[in-house]
Design a binder for this molecule. Structure first.
Ligand code: 2RA
Length: 339
């Protein structure tokens, strides 16, 4: 029989998606412990025809756990991740708490599985593996197969990020605001402090002294770590858009070696976890709605960067479900690699 699982943040959008993915992929768990803050403790969750009661997360609730899936924010991961590891669990952490720690692997299974090859359940030792940020995962699922062939020298990313990235409450507020605006009422602005419906704005993450926000710097730093290439030039502009649960990203790539668009399209058609949607005749390309609740990242608008000489540049457009491949699915694919 399989590992004992703990879900830390069981009541959140990603916590709920962990359950969907575990079930969809028939993950061979022996037992599941649902953990969350005091506010959610006591709530019931029915999963695979079994009733679970959410327990309040405490130091004791992380004993006798083989794999702990964390998605409850950075402070919870910082406090309880090491305790779970001390107790022998392998933690897959969806927060940003440990992503840039040199000792911690930052893993997209289709991209850099080798980064976690030294960690296996059977070794019986605790460890922590970091799940990359959703916009990083979605971007690199498409950019990496091309990078592996032609070596990306520079990547410019513009993201169009869904409400789900800010949690279930942001999704609810987007819906509420949309209704209010259509009814001519003043929109409720509690989560983002500004109107979100029929609007878009620079990502709500704090802005740093260099003028980039934290979301943009995650893309820059995580790409370099995952590609193990401290020289690749990355710049990003992250925007929050009124879309429910899938991110879209425009990506410009400059290569060391030439890569023509037909070759790029073929590479992406064969890339794991990627589907090409690139129909110029009918102007049919990836959309957030088309990828919502799906595992694969969709890529289209594959074209030679006409501002570059030869075939040293490509523009692509990528969409991926932020809660699924951007968080829960990626984490559970990591867990599957531990078995
Ligand atoms: C966002 N990437 O979309 C963040 C959530 N992890 O806001």
């Amino acid at each position: 029989d399989g590992p004992s699982i703990a879900i830390v943040g069981a009541s959140g959008a990603v916590g709920q998606e962990f359950l969907s993915v575990l079930s969809d992929r028939s993950f061979p768990y022996r037992s599941i412990r649902m953990l969350a803050s005091e506010r959610s403790a006591g709530k019931h969750i029915t999963f695979e025809d079994k009733d679970y009661v959410i327990e309040k997360l405490s130091e004791d609730s992380l004993k006798d756990i083989d794999i702990a899936l964390f998605s409850a924010g950075g402070s919870i991961s910082k406090k309880f991740g090491p305790i779970a590891v001390e107790n022998g669990a392998i933690v897959v952490d969806n927060s940003s708490a440990f992503r840039m720690d040199d000792e911690i692997p930052l893993v997209i299974p289709e991209v850099n599985p080798e980064a976690m090859k030294h960690i296996k359940l059977k070794f019986g030792k605790g460890a922590l593996i970091a799940n990359p940020n959703c916009s990083t995962i979605i971007c690199l699922m498409a950019a990496t197969p091309l990078h592996r062939l032609a070596k990306v020298l520079r990547m410019v990313v513009s993201t169009y990020q869904a409400a789900s990235g800010a949690g279930a409450a942001a999704m609810e507020e987007l819906e509420q605001q949309t209704r209010e605006v259509l009814e001519g009422k003043q929109p409720t602005c509690k989560i983002f402090k500004q109107q979100y419906a029929f609007n878009l704005f620079s990502h709500n993450a704090p802005v740093l002294s260099n003028g980039y926000n934290e979301e943009e710097m995650k893309l820059v730093k995580e790409t370099r770590k995952i590609w193990n290439d401290m020289n690749v030039k990355v710049t990003a502009t992250c925007i929050r858009v009124p879309v429910m649960r899938a991110h879209a990203e425009s990506v410009n790539l400059q290569f060391e070696k030439p890569l023509d668009e037909d070759t790029a399209r073929d590479i992406l058609k064969n890339a794991p976890g990627v589907v090409v949607v690139d129909d110029r005749t009918s102007n049919h390309f990836p959309t957030p709605l088309d990828v919502s609740n799906k595992d694969d990242v969709a890529v289209g608008r594959i074209r030679r960067d006409a501002s570059q000489d030869g075939n040293y540049g490509l523009d692509i457009f990528v969409c991926g479900d932020q809660i699924r491949k951007g968080a829960a699915l990626n984490a559970i694919q990591i867990a599957e690699m531990l078995l």
